[in-house]
Design a protein around this ligand. Structure first.
Ligand SMILES: [Ca+2]
Length: 229
């Protein structure tokens, strides 16, 4: 009887340990690292080759598991897409990206040499990733599931740079219609379009429409209204 009780206790402890370990795994952030500025699909997103397109496809495939898409593009090795002086890399889209259908965090500030804004007035954010629509009349990032974050990207030459069709999106620290150096040469027809969903915060990105009007600038309205002239 005593032995049976001991076995039961051991089995329970093993079960608890297993459950706890699974909970730990599911709580861990899962990273997909974009290491190529190209816009192709090879073997999926792995350590040797991962484009933003591949990362979004992978994120969508892992339904219910929220990944963070980060960037680690070697500027020198990708000099055709990256400026070795400014360290800015440009992803030239050849067609529309897949819509985001599973929650994801896309963080352009993870690219080396990039950093988010630290100033209460003005901007010292350093953006190093440009998402370029090449004026193909395509939208940039289309969000169709809740709790998605997009930050640290410059989005230029799109029909709509970001389209929100789901709740609880956070679009922060992006230059929308503006290059990382603040030049307004990359206007989109529309910056951020909220076509559905609620509790979406787009207030901390700078959005410039095709008529060169910057809006939603909590960072530096004055600086950017001056630059937009
Ligand atoms: Ca996923």
């Amino acid at each position: 009887m005593k032995r049976t009780l001991s076995l039961c206790i051991v089995a329970t402890l093993v079960l608890l340990a297993t459950l706890l370990s699974q909970a730990t795994v599911s709580a861990q952030a899962i990273f997909l690292t974009v290491n190529s500025p190209k816009d192709n699909v090879q073997n999926g997103c792995d350590v040797t080759h991962c484009t933003l397109r591949e990362a979004i496809l992978r994120s969508n495939q892992t339904v219910g598991s929220k990944e963070t898409i980060q960037f680690n593009i070697n500027v020198v090795n990708n000099f055709l897409y990256c400026n070795t002086t400014s360290k800015v890399c440009t992803i030239l889209l050849t067609s529309a990206l897949p819509a985001i259908t599973d929650p994801v965090s896309i963080d352009g500030y993870t690219q080396p040499d990039a950093s988010p804004n630290t100033r209460a007035v003005g901007i010292d954010a350093q953006l190093r990733i440009v998402l370029h629509g090449q004026s193909l009349n395509i939208d940039g990032l289309v969000v169709q599931d809740t709790d998605t974050q997009i930050k640290g990207l410059a989005l230029v030459h799109f029909r709509k740079a970001i389209v929100l069709k789901a709740d609880h999106a956070r679009v922060t620290g992006n230059f929308i219609g503006m290059l990382p150096d603040g030049e307004l040469v990359g206007a989109n027809y529309t910056g951020v379009s909220v076509s559905n969903g609620s509790d979406n915060d787009t207030g901390l990105s700078l959005s410039c429409h095709f008529e060169r009007f910057c809006e939603k600038s909590r960072w530096a309205k004055r600086d950017f209204s001056l630059r937009s002239k």
